[in-house]
Write a protein that binds this ligand. Sequence first.
Ligand SMILES: Cc1cc2nc3c(=O)[nH]c(=O)nc-3n(C[C@H](O)[C@H](O)[C@H](O)COP(=O)(O)OP(=O)(O)OC[C@H]3O[C@@H](n4cnc5c(N)ncnc54)[C@H](O)[C@@H]3O)c2cc1C
Length: 489
Amino acid sequence: MPLTSVFTGGTMVMQSVSTKELDGLRGETMTDELKASLQAALRGPVVAPGDADYDSVRALYNGMIDKRPRLMARCVDAADVIAAVNFGREQGLLIAIRGGGHNGPGLGSCDDGLMIDLSLMKSVRVDRADRSVRVDPGCTSGDVDHATHSFGLAVPFGIVSTTGVAGLTLGGGTGYLTRKYGLTVDNLLEADVVLADGTLVTASPSQYADLFWALRGGGGNFGVVTSFLFQAHPVATVYAGPIFWDATHARAVMAAYRDYLPEAPEELGIFVGLKTVPSMDPFPREGWGKRACAIIGAYNGPAGDGEKAMAPILQNVPEPIFNWMSEIPFPAMQGLFDPFFPKGLQWYWKGDFVASLPDEAIATHIEQAAQAPSELSLMHLYPIDGAVQRVPRDATAWSTRDARWSMVIAGIDPDPAKAQALKDWGRAYWQAVHPFNLPGGYVNFLMDDEAEGRVPATYGGNYQRLAAVKAKYDPHNLFRVNQNIPPAL
Ligand SMILES: Cc1cc2nc3c(=O)[nH]c(=O)nc-3n(C[C@H](O)[C@H](O)[C@H](O)COP(=O)(O)OP(=O)(O)OC[C@H]3O[C@@H](n4cnc5c(N)ncnc54)[C@H](O)[C@@H]3O)c2cc1C
């Protein structure tokens, strides 16, 4: 144990301090200095280890991920973001960008680096004249739905209202409105971005067009988006809700869904899933805990038209356990899953793009889903046909314009002791079905233990172009806590 001199109350004393303790003291002093220096440049608060709110601020949506940033810059405006980016770069800190904090592998945070936390930036402004919506990067999709619904409008986002708009958009964005209006990125009109050198630019089809192309699917690789401008569409009430069948009918339901989807009106945004009937009210008690096949979705239009749109599936399958499709406000449908998925559950994700669903693949899905280690664990197949397929493959960084579905397998449970079982199930399920699927998977549904090989496959022919845009705007890979696209050499 080395002897060292420490100042206490102005008196120099000789004291035994272990090397570890000494490192700790040095680390704390350095962090204090860094914190004070960053705080001087920011209007929003800077949070560091030891602060009372450190644990609550750093907590991520996925309880399986526990990261401890050295500093968290809780930005309140673009000027704060510029200051934080410049500070992180100059101090050589690892930088993570957090929007809604929903990312599966927790890529909104990092260990021992600087988290640029945007969650306090929450303004939404709807322009009724051209149906555009300006959105701050800390908004959840529920924040935006709330604002747009008053004007009978909605932007296509995902199916859980607590998901961050920023990460969801930059990865692509799929949800109930996708078949009719495209991915979230297909509805992005413009974005303000703080680049690695600290400059703020506005990317759109007419300015920084290469950057705008890359932002539409390329994730958080290119800079910190401080403002999004979206195109919204007329959406008020929808004919929507879940329909559950006993798992013994899964084969018939999945086949009927598969066969009908290409003919179904694009107003009908429905996905099929293999799940368990939740053991809680208002679900019928006799079904609690039973394996099930579900069709969940929304028809954007009058209830009568929605019923007609659903009829071709329903007349070809057995009676469901329940059918709760009815006319409801769109935000109510967007919040349908929220009570089942509070912050802090254990999540393990696997994703794939799917072009076709042969009977053999359906049989494999049913076999694997039956092994689910928990009631919440699920497989969903989200449709990405219709409007998505009409956009050329090279028009945006999101290149998979030929798939019909984006598949997610998610092992989910509140109990941390189940973490390994969730991972084992997700991996085994994915191994079994992947041979039926395309090589890539939606970047927002990948964990980071598999990203290296899969990111290039996901972007396919667009990957080299993305690497070139990265080299132009972030040549030193400052923004690398993401599904990373290293700069082209
Ligand atoms: C319960 C649940 C349901 C989901 N449902 C859907 C769905 O229906 N459809 C769908 O498409 N996806 C869905 N997702 C996946 C979701 O799109 C991703 O988890 C996404 O990363 C969430 O974005 P976030 O801002 O909340 O994440 P964060 O963890 O905050 O950020 C994720 C990544 O995005 C980048 N990022 C965030 N903000 C910015 C910014 N302002 N500028 C630059 N980069 C930034 C960062 O690189 C970060 O690594 C769901 C996720 C969950 C947990």
